[in-house]
Design a binder for this molecule. Sequence first.
Ligand SMILES: [Zn+2]
Ligand SMILES: [Zn+2]
Length: 92
Amino acid sequence: MDRCELCGRAVETTKHHLIPKNRKDSPVARLCQPCHQQVHASFTHHELKQHFHTVDRLREADRLQSFLAWIRNTEKTDIQVSESDRVRNWRG
Ligand SMILES: [Zn+2]
Ligand SMILES: [Zn+2]
């Protein structure tokens, strides 16, 4: 069973490239789908690349605290981040 490196839940995960647009050299984190979407909804690729390029930094990011506090206590895996909250080109 996978475990999300951000929220710590034992759920299926997706690959997040910690340095967007540099996939070849980028380290990969395993994030569950809602955490992954939330990361890309909360930060631009520039912010991810400049500062939030480790799981530790993401885990401590002010913008993710309320989300993480909530998701750690839910069993849901099919959470959708609304389109309006999403940063364009969130896949990375
Ligand atoms: Zn997660
Ligand atoms: Zn990603």
